[in-house]
Write a protein that binds this ligand. Structure first.
Ligand SMILES: [Zn+2]
Length: 282
């Protein structure tokens, strides 16, 4: 009968596996607790020899692991101190590189200026465009390219590999040498401009080579007409269509035109100090 079941001595005991997912270490602890309980309850248990072996194997690995972790901690300390040394040496390398750059600039008279360097330029004035020596200027700003070596931030080159004169937008320090070199009394329609040189600028005895140049004052003649302007919009207009010069006033002789043009741009250069130059806003 049913009741008889309870009157008999306990013959077996079932431990239900826990339903919840538990962590392996937690499960291990559970199993150990259960085994201890059984040992208390039943004395010696079979299979314990394997447990002892496994425990010993685990203990030796744990000791090794602890040592490795100590080593890792020590290595981490080394890593920290080495990386702070690297950072300190990086500052040193930066300092040395800056020093090399400063020396190179001094030795090769090369400079980068946050404010534009000013120079003079001459163009031939045609009906369609203002022409520099090498190419027409379609607008008042010209960015240099290197015909032999293409573009790049190192333009104008200074290593002599792109010809004797080198690349870059050329500008003179004075007007007179330009007038003489290009024999402006012989050629007809000319324009004289004050240019602001930007980007890399290489200084030579009589002038500069620059990465780019923007015309900030322009004196241009076409026929007997002359325009003298420092207005950005008017300068743009002349570069876009030189024929607009014909709407300006007349100056009868070529010599007088050249003198007035020179006087105008020279005066503009004297007035243009770096802090009044804001070519980006013009
Ligand atoms: Zn070049």
């Amino acid at each position: 009968m049913f009741g008889d079941i309870w009157s008999k001595a306990v013959r077996s005991e079932i431990v239900m596996e826990p339903v919840l997912n538990i962590e392996p270490t937690q499960r291990l602890a559970e199993l150990r607790r259960t085994v201890r309980l059984y040992q208390e309850r039943y004395g010696e248990l079979s299979g314990m020899i394997d447990v002892t072996k496994a425990n010993a194997a685990m203990a030796s690995r744990q000791r090794r692991l602890a040592k490795l972790e100590e080593e890792v901690a020590r290595i981490q300390v080394d890593i920290n101190s080495m990386s702070s040394e690297v950072q300190r040496i990086e500052r040193w390398v930066e300092f040395c590189l800056e020093d090399v750059i400063v020396r190179a600039k001094q030795d090769h008279a090369e400079g980068w200026s946050p404010t534009p360097v000013l120079g003079f330029r001459l163009w031939g004035v045609g009906e369609e465009a203002l022409h520099g020596v090498k190419m027409p200027w379609p607008e008042r700003t010209l960015v240099a390219t290197c015909l032999s070596r293409g573009g790049g931030e190192e333009i104008p080159h200074t290593d002599g590999r792109c010809g004797r004169l080198g690349c870059g937008v050329y500008a003179a320090k004075l007007v007179d040498p330009l007038y003489t070199e290009f024999d402006v009394t012989a050629i007809g329609d000319v324009a004289l401009g004050l240019v602001a040189l930007t980007g890399k600028v290489v200084e030579h005895d009589e002038g500069y080579r620059a990465a780019s140049a923007t015309v900030i004052a322009l004196a241009a003649s076409l026929g007997k007409h002359v325009v003298l302007t420092s207005d950005a919009g008017t300068i743009d207009g002349v570069f876009a269509d030189p024929a607009v010069i014909r709407c300006e006033r007349k100056i009868e002789t070529h010599g007088q035109r050249l003198t007035e043009m020179e006087t105008f741009v020279m005066a503009h250069k004297r007035r243009a100090t770096p802090w009044t130059l804001a070519i980006n806003k013009e």
